[in-house]
Design a protein around this ligand. Structure first.
Ligand code: UGA
Length: 443
């Protein structure tokens, strides 16, 4: 019966795994999350979410209360699951572009010890193309009756629950023949409720499934860098990148989404995924196909430098001894993730150039204090702005967009605001006596 709940395991309960595990329990399955970090496993089991994600803590509690979701640090708890989801991270290797597959390898090795015949291994981690085929061989050698599928995940931080329960599409990378059909059927059973909503589904081979993920993220990164390249030209010509984006975005072939010019992309996915993709293309002798991604990366990094330059310009050409308020530390709003955060990168550069920088963020405080102790973190935008020579908006939290420029202006020494995300309403800030500057817009 295709509506029967299944026993599932989710190996690796970081961001992706924790959300996937709780979402699968929400769909009615019996799920065990396996997490080697004992503290993390215990926190999740107690309903405490180790990161900020809107709506997730409610989902986690609901799934735990239903009795369908448990966590363990012991891989043997995964024994007997109909599907084992591999959800471990693939960070950028230190000092290199390539992805670090250490966690994928250790998780697979651990899983092979408990994997049984008739079970499916479903990879969700973002991996270099070719990884699934290699893992499938390992599975076949150890448990000839088990099958591997590649089932990439497209969730966005800040919308993780919604994206997991109502994805844009399902992608199944499966082997040829009967084993592949069996694997696709089993994934259909896992996602029965999602499949029933007529969610588009692409059933394909391993390599295509792996590439769908990196190609999608490369496209998104390219779209952002495209508009940021236009922003550079707008700065050179006096044109306005926001109006330009609106105007070209009306063409549905282009679309307005992901055309917000500003400080560019950061986070744990886009930057490392395009680099790992270039590294993999190089290994495959196809590096020319992706040389444009190097430019995408360069354009992106130049925005951070430009932001620092703009700050220096408005501060009478010297940052030395100037007080700068930085609003936002997370790589994007509705997240406490500071991995490769453009905001923190800019804050650190300002400090290196002699400015006294105060950073604030509504959610990322703990992470900033832990990983960026050299920066002065304060709780509120008002504290950050106290006597400031300039205020920089670097992550467009709603809270900052809703600031009243007149009242907020009473805290600063000089009313200068630099909008690194093109998120503030220029007129209201100017009307309150602020000098407004932004990336890619008339100054
Ligand atoms: C990204 C993809 O959007 C997801 O589809 C994918 O599943 C995920 O990576 C992943 O690989 O796991 P995420 O990193 O959560 O999701 O964040 P995005 O919403 O894509 O934003 C990435 C960065 O681009 C942020 O720093 C954001 O500020 C920046 N951005 C986004 C812009 O600068 N301009 C835009 O118009 C949009």
């Amino acid at each position: 019966d295709s509506n029967q709940p299944l026993k599932l395991s989710v190996i690796g309960c970081g961001y992706l795994g924790a959300v996937h595990a709780a979402s699968m329990a929400e769909l009615g399955h019996e799920v065990v999350g396996i997490e080697v970090d004992v503290e993390k496993a215990e926190a999740l089991a107690a309903g405490r979410v180790p990161f900020f994600e809107p709506g997730f803590s409610e989902l986690l509690r609901r799934s735990l209360d239903s009795g369908r979701l448990t966590f363990s640090s012991d891989i043997t708890a995964a024994r007997g699951a109909a599907v084992h989801f591999l959800c471990v991270g693939t960070p950028q290797r230190r000092g290199e572009y390539a992805a670090d597959l250490t966690y994928v390898e250790s998780a697979t090795a651990a899983l092979l010890d408990v994997l049984g015949p008739g079970e499916l291994v479903a990879g969700k981690s973002t991996v270099p193309v070719g990884t699934a085929a290699r893992l499938a061989e390992l599975v076949a050698e150890r448990v000839p009756d088990a099958v591997l599928a590649w089932n990439p995940e497209f969730l966005r931080e800040g919308f993780a629950v919604q994206d997991t329960l109502h994805p844009d599409r399902l992608v199944y990378g499966i082997p040829d023949g009967a084993a592949g059909e069996w694997a696709a059927d089993r994934l259909d059973r896992v996602y029965a409720r999602i499949v029933a909503e007529d969610t588009p589904k692409v059933v394909t081979d391993y390599a295509t499934a792996e590439m769908v993920k990196t190609a999608a993220n490369s496209f998104l990164a390219t779209k952002i860098s495209f508009i940021n390249a236009m922003a550079e030209l707008c700065e050179a010509t006096g044109a306005d990148v926001k109006q330009l984006a609106d105007a070209i975005g009306h063409d549905d072939r282009i679309g307005r989404k992901f055309l917000n010019a500003g400080l560019g992309f950061g986070g744990g996915c886009l930057p490392k995924d395009i680099r790992a993709f270039m590294a993999r293309a190089g290994e495959l002798g196809a590096d020319q196909a992706l040389t444009f991604l190097r430019e995408v990366d360069n354009i992106n990094m130049r925005r951070r430098i430009r932001m620092v330059e703009l700050a220096r310009q408005v501060c009478d050409d010297s940052l030395l001894g100037k007080r700068i308020a930085v609003l936002g530390a997370a790589f994007k709003p509705d997240s406490d993730d500071i991995r490769d955060s453009p905001a923190l990168n800019v804050a650190a550069q300002l400090q290196l150039q002699g400015a006294t920088v105060r950073v604030t963020d509504p959610q990322a405080g703990d992470n900033v204090r832990k990983h960026w102790s050299q920066l002065d973190f304060v709780e509120t935008p008002e504290e950050a702005a106290e006597n400031a020579d300039a205020v920089l908006l670097l992550t467009e939290w709603k809270l900052y967009k809703q600031l009243d420029p007149a009242a907020f202006g009473r805290h600063v020494r000089t009313r200068r605001v630099l909008d690194g995300r093109n998120a503030l309403d220029r007129e209201t800030w100017e009307a309150a006596g602020w000098t407004y500057r932004a990336l890619g817009r008339r100054n």
